[in-house]
Design a binder for this molecule. Structure first.
Ligand SMILES: [Fe+2]
Length: 440
């Protein structure tokens, strides 16, 4: 028994201890849930958000409590003057006793690049505006995962909004409604001031699943109804994985909660999508997924491993530049890596699941720090990927230091497509071995 006690204390004192970024940094505790109430007339739009659809088009999504509102968006370049309008579609869904409002999706365009548009939804209510991405570099992506709707979420969103960016990328776990459907509505209202101004491109996390055996076996009812992404445009048959281009960057949104094994539709779609990339047109390739493939936090250990085993080689052979993940409520940046080893031609893996959710931070890390993990810290925050040109980009992680955003980590990146030793890709020996085995 004393031996067991000794082992127990040894484990907690030396192997499983909270990671401290610096001696003088005091980590903030979790903050309470923010419920954002509905305070507009039923015919007025709420939960307005926009997303990219192909080149030069934007999808405007919103919800009305009233069912008589038409799915029409009026828009133009001058406030209050709407030269154009478009009509789209609407949907709604039920989840047990809950019935959603009327969920509208309207694609508008073609739109000019780097232009402010003013728009009104359903012919009533407030005017909104968004700015389209630039046609040429630079482009800035804000990246935030596991947002939820707490006071930390509000803080993260304010920090994201405080300096300009073009597109927000979200690697899963949006509302943390967890089947309480009114929380999806509350989340939509919380993010509207931000998501109505810049396109939000999202992929799913485990909190989007909302699977209920026999009744909702496939899940994703709320997510697919409220946050449809341009999957058809990228040849995908599922809203759970898709890709899009934005200013010289090919962004691939993978689905950690869709089948990914070699005989799956997602695997085949990814192989096809990667094969179509033209690095002279999109020199940068960025992938987002939810459950990280590399993770030295004790939370969610190994959950991304089977997907890594299935798909990592494809990403490596396509010279993907960066892989962003969420799920772990902390920040971690790895070196360029392939198959658990540092590799100059592999992607940089970054976990950015620290947006502000109600579950709090994942404080415990494996010790000692693996050599491939270069920065790790359990604090809320968001990231910025500013791509300057075909070859160079800057990544920074902004920590929510109390109510102030502080840049805590930063690194310059060079596109693998500009690396003479990595591009064009040589087939990795492991792949050659595998294909020879197949031939035998
Ligand atoms: Fe998650």
């Amino acid at each position: 028994m004393p031996k067991l006690l000794f082992l127990f204390f040894f484990f907690f004192l030396f192997l499983v201890r909270p990671y401290h970024a610096s001696a003088d940094f005091i980590r903030q505790p979790s903050r309470p849930l923010v419920f954002t109430p509905h305070n507009r007339p039923d015919s007025h739009p709420q939960q307005v958000h926009v997303s990219l659809v192909g080149n030069n088009y934007m999808k405007v999504s919103w919800v009305t409590a009233g069912s008589g509102v038409s799915s029409t968006v009026e828009y133009g370049k001058i406030p209050g003057k709407y030269e154009s309008s478009a009509t789209g579609e609407h949907t709604s869904y039920r989840y047990f006793m809950y019935s959603s409002g009327k969920i509208h999706h309207v694609t508008i365009g073609p739109l000019a690049p780097a232009t402010m548009y003013y728009y009104r939804c359903g012919g009533a209510g407030p005017e909104f505006n968004f700015r389209t991405p630039h046609a040429t570099f630079p482009i800035e992506f804000a990246v935030a995962g596991d947002l939820g709707q707490t006071e930390w979420t509000s803080s993260t969103l304010e920090h994201i909004n405080a300096s300009d960016y073009d597109i927000l990328l979200l690697p899963g776990d949006l509302s943390y409604a967890d089947a309480q459907q009114p929380l999806w509505d509350s989340f939509g209202r919380l993010v509207e001031p931000y998501a109505s101004r810049r396109p939000w491109m999202v992929t799913e996390g485990n909190h989007e699943q909302e699977i209920f055996p026999l009744i909702y076996p496939k899940g994703f009812k709320a997510y697919n109804s409220r946050w449809p992404m341009p999957y058809k445009e990228s040849g995908s048959e599922s809203n759970l994985y898709y890709s899009f281009d934005a200013v010289g960057t090919h962004v691939i949104m993978l689905g950690s909660y869709a089948d990914f094994n070699t005989d799956s539709n997602q695997y085949k779609w990814l192989a096809n999508d990667l094969a179509k990339i033209d690095r002279s047109r999109t020199p940068w390739v960025v992938v987002l997924l939810h459950a990280p493939w590399y993770n030295s936090n004790l939370a969610h250990q190994g959950e991304g491993e089977s997907m890594r085993i299935a798909m990592e080689e494809m990403l490596y052979n396509s010279r993907v530049d960066v892989v962003f993940a969420g799920h772990v409520h902390a920040y971690e940046r790895f070196t360029r890596v392939y198959d658990n080893n540092a590799d100059p031609c592999g992607p940089i893996h970054i976990t950015i699941g620290d947006g502000g959710n109600r579950e709090g931070l994942a404080m415990l890390y494996k010790e000692p720090t693996p050599s491939i993990s270069l920065y790790r810290e359990a604090s809320f925050g968001h990231g910025r990927l500013r791509i300057l040109n075909n070859t160079h980009a800057h990544w920074s992680w902004n920590r929510n230091d109390d109510s102030v955003s502080v840049v805590a980590d930063g690194i310059w990146l060079e596109s693998l497509s500009s690396s003479s030793s990595c591009f064009p890709p040589q087939i990795h020996p492991k792949t050659e071995l595998a294909s020879k085995k197949d031939e035998l």
